[in-house]
Write a protein that binds this ligand. Structure first.
Ligand SMILES: C[S@@+](CC[C@H](N)C(=O)[O-])C[C@H]1O[C@@H](n2cnc3c(N)ncnc32)[C@H](O)[C@@H]1O
Length: 262
């Protein structure tokens, strides 16, 4: 077995993370670079190292999951969400079920709560936020951010929803309390059901075509009829109809409503 194949098998056994579902060239290059930086020339030795030393292990997990995020990332897409998608979803209901499914350090689900507060009372809003990376989730729960990640906040949001602590900013408890965080591996675990809005951004890019196809199917199943999937900037779905999605706006797909045959 080659070095990377063995490494993937060992990591799967240890963590349940299937590296085969991630684009191989990119992932292998990143892991080999990190291993070399820590003085390991062979991935088998690197595995032995991270199996023994939890600091190496945490570093590895952090590094492969790539947690980069920011509030209102790609702001023009959030404008579409605010002006067109949320009003449409709320048109027929009093409330909506929202899932941020690769939430990283929390900027995305907190952005959703702040945006939804333009339509609903804060106490009516509930966002489920999940990620594979427990370290990122812990940071998300703390809710403290560098100023740079706030640069796309809509006018007035910083004063309304954040307090300054030293050179950082803390999200208000009223927003923080509206998000429920939990660990979920998109390639392995069961999904919530009957979601009206799923935000799945800047994670699909890391997956192989095969993993993506399965994920589109599962995300479609997790949506309610007429529910909307919001994807990242370079993650448009090729042939959305194949997965029962209707393109709505660029980066937004609506789940087709099934007609009953009678
Ligand atoms: C670049 S961040 C995207 C954060 C946020 N969605 C955004 O667009 O700003 C990618 C996130 O995907 C998560 N991730 C990677 N593989 C995953 C998987 N199999 N299941 C769930 N989350 C995963 C990573 O831990 C990371 O937090």
């Amino acid at each position: 077995m080659d070095d990377y194949k063995l490494f993937k098998a060992l990591i799967y056994k240890k963590t349940g993370i299937d590296l085969s579902a991630y684009k191989e060239k990119q992932m292998k290059r990143r892991i080999e670079a990190l291993a070399a930086r820590r003085g390991f020339n062979k991935l088998a030795d690197y595995f032995k190292g991270l199996d023994k030393d939890h600091r190496l292990y945490d570093e590895f997990l952090n590094y492969i999951t790539i947690n980069v995020s920011e509030f209102f990332r790609n702001p023009s897409q959030w404008d579409v969400l605010r002006k067109e998608v949320v009003p449409l979803l709320l048109g027929s209901k009093k409330n909506i079920k929202v899932w941020s499914c690769a939430c990283s350090t929390g900027e995305e689900p907190y952005s959703l709560v702040m945006l939804l507060s333009e339509f609903l009372k804060l106490e009516e809003i509930n966002v489920l936020a999940t990620d594979i990376d427990e370290g990122a989730i812990e940071k998300a729960k703390t809710g403290v951010y560098r100023e740079n990640s706030l640069k796309n906040l809509p006018l007035g949001y910083k004063d309304k929803f954040f307090s300054r602590i030293g050179s950082n900013y803390r999200i208000s408890d009223t927003v923080r309390e509206r998000v429920k965080f939990r660990k979920l591996n998109l390639l392995k675990d069961g999904f919530p059901t009957q979601c009206d809005l799923i935000v799945c951004r800047n994670v699909l890019i890391y997956f192989t075509e095969q993993a993506k196809q399965q994920l589109y199917q599962n995300l479609g199943d997790a949506l309610s009829d007429g529910g909307v999937l919001f994807v990242g900037s370079t993650e448009q779905i090729v042939l959305p109809q194949k997965h029962n999605f209707i393109p709505m706006k660029v980066f937004f797909y609506k789940k087709a409503i099934k007609c009953s045959q009678s």
